[in-house]
Design a protein around this ligand. Structure first.
Ligand code: TEU
Ligand code: CA
Length: 556
């Protein structure tokens, strides 16, 4: 046995639900809690252990629920607290667990704390948020918000500005105020006492603001970068250790921080000493691969094997023996993985989606499947700004295109490639109108490819992406080496093949993935050992066919 300590959250596979787009039970075009409950058998059939649900709390939906106005209430569009309790019961009855989204770097500006806070400088809640005087009649510093524009909003009544690292309707909470921490920690205990099994912590790496100095301005950028003052600070680590003692240690939870940063940050957030979180999400293989211009994520930069492999392998090796990892290429903020890293043409969609699934599920770290990924759902490729719903897209359009700084054609191309709405189109259940997602009008367009890509057809097809994911997930539960094996990179310079090995107790698991649409030679033995899984029914010794994935178990 390796020195890695066993834990249920290391052995688990997590499935992320974006509730607005999962299943609509009452025909209003918006996914809801009863829609989730109605599909729990589907998730059980897939074999996942944990369901992470993106925010379902009361919210004016400026950012689809990531702007919370009451942390202890359910958004009426999604249902009631009774619906929630029934969903939780249904999840537990099937032996699965529920992880909630904790969005506590900021609240909605409609949260009672902020409603009070903005009433004036003397209000007892003033210090729950971050208010500052202006500088020379303008914003207190040069920081830009993640959603374009300044990170400061002027408030006429009190003559001060408040900080919002995201939208104007998402004011940042002031974690330096002990009452804020008390309030958040109490709320977390309240949900844990209700019986939930963990938290995914939204932008948790930003909670500890250390100063309000101007940030560096990239060439051509309109605003400064707040990261040096706000991201991965000692103060953030201090708050997380306090959270560990006051909340997390009282329960048996899965905790995953949406933290970002580099491996050295992850090693602190998710250290095996258990002082902070179980694991963190990083985005160096997704958001990190862009051209580094003033436009940030909006660029033509693709995801070449060379860069993706170097990044993922660096994380695999750096965290080994030091921190637990997560494995993901998709979520509600990223485009569809088969479109981004694979090949979403009708010819290669299935094979490349299966290859990417193999690559992720055989690595060291807890795998996260984003709804529809298990079907090989693709980007939607909207071609007009009017089709988008996302605030990030709308604000970027205003800042760059409407101001004449960027050409509309370029921006639309980048949106089609990497915008968040690609992941937010409705779940494709069957061949019924609107893919069976709703009997009404969906809040965002359904991908027209649902006749070819849907759960009902895929469940019946043994060669589908769905049934392949089902086997990948089952393998994790059968073989300790997939969970606990040491990671060893292979063929690190190969132009076509992504390969690695896992080693445990004298056994070796060899994973070979062809990232191309051609048959290529493979420098490893392609038949040494027992074949655990492959996306081709037969194999050609010494070669890998287009997007072929092979996993062999043998002696180390
Ligand atoms: O996202 C955090 C985050 O860093 C985003 O900037 C993300 O990288 C971006 O959407 C990609 O362009 C979290 C949530 O996952 C996201 O949905 C929220 O909008 C955001 O926090 C604010 O709560
Ligand atoms: Ca509904």
């Amino acid at each position: 046995m390796s020195s890695e300590k066993r834990a249920w959250w290391k052995e688990a596979v997590v499935y992320q639900i974006y509730p607005r787009s999962f299943a609509d039970s009452n025909g209003d075009g918006i996914g809801d809690l009863n829609g989730i409950t109605a599909h729990l058998d589907y998730l059980k059939a897939l074999g996942v252990d944990v369901i992470w649900v993106s925010p379902v709390y009361a919210s004016p939906n400026d950012d689809n629920g990531y702007d919370i106005s009451d942390y202890r209430a359910i958004m009426p569009e999604f249902g009631t607290m009774e619906d929630f309790d029934r969903m939780l019961e249904g999840i537990h009855a099937r032996g699965m667990k529920l992880v909630m989204d904790l969005v506590a770097n900021h609240s909605s500006d409609e949260h009672a704390w902020f409603v009070e806070s903005r009433k004036g400088r003397d209000n007892p809640y003033r210090d729950y948020y971050i208010w500052r005087d202006g500088r020379d009649g303008a914003e207190p510093n040069n920081w830009g918000s993640c959603f374009s524009g300044s990170a400061w909003q002027y408030d006429e009544a009190s003559g001060q500005y408040y900080l919002h690292l995201f939208s104007r309707k998402q004011p940042d909470l002031n974690w330096a105020n002990p009452k804020v921490r008390d309030g958040i920690f109490d709320m977390m205990c309240w949900w844990c006492d209700k019986g939930i099994d963990g938290f995914r912590m939204d932008v948790i790496g930003m909670i500890g603001k250390e100063n309000y100095d101007d940030g560096p301005v990239a060439p051509g950028a309109l605003y400064g970068d707040f990261s040096p003052s706000c991201m991965h600070t000692e103060t953030t680590h201090r708050y997380l250790r306090e959270m560990r003692q006051r909340v997390l240690d009282k329960y048996d939870l899965l905790t995953v921080g949406e933290a970002g940063g580099g491996p050295e940050d992850a090693i602190r957030y998710s250290n095996i000493d258990g002082s902070e979180l179980n694991m963190t999400f990083h985005f160096e293989h997704t958001d990190g691969l862009n051209d580094g211009t003033e436009l940030g994520k909006w660029s033509d930069h693709g995801s070449p094997l060379k860069e993706v492999r170097a990044t993922i392998n660096r994380w695999q090796t750096a965290l080994q023996g030091k921190a637990w990892n997560t494995m993901h290429m998709s979520n509600h903020d990223q485009p569809r993985q088969v479109s981004r890293f694979g090949n979403d043409s009708p010819l290669w969609r299935v094979k490349s989606a299966q290859m990417l699934g193999t690559l992720l599920h055989m690595m060291r770290g807890t795998p996260y499947v984003y709804q529809g990924e298990e079907l090989g759902m693709t980007n939607i490729y909207f071609d007009s700004i009017d089709q988008y719903q996302d605030i990030e897209v709308k604000n970027a359009w205003k800042q760059w295109v409407e101001s004449g700084r960027v050409d509309a054609v370029d921006m639309l191309r980048w949106f089609a490639k990497i915008s968040r709405d690609n992941a937010r189109t409705p779940m494709q259940w069957n061949r019924q109108p609107n893919a069976g997602f709703t009997t009404g009008t969906p809040w965002i367009a359904v991908n027209p490819n649902y006749l070819a890509v849907n759960a009902e057809d895929e469940m019946a097809d043994p060669d589908s992406v769905f049934n392949y994911y089902r086997r990948l997930i089952a393998l994790r539960h059968e073989h300790d080496i997939i969970v606990y094996g040491e990671f060893v990179p292979l063929l690190e310079d190969d132009a076509n093949v992504y390969a690695y090995r896992r080693v445990l107790d004298g056994k070796a698991l060899t994973v070979m993935c062809n990232w191309t649409d051609r048959t290529v030679p493979c420098a490893l033995s392609t038949d040494g050992g027992e074949e655990l899984i492959s996306n081709y029914p037969s194999h050609k010794p010494g070669f890998l066919r287009p997007y072929e994935a092979r996993v062999l178990l043998g002696e180390a």
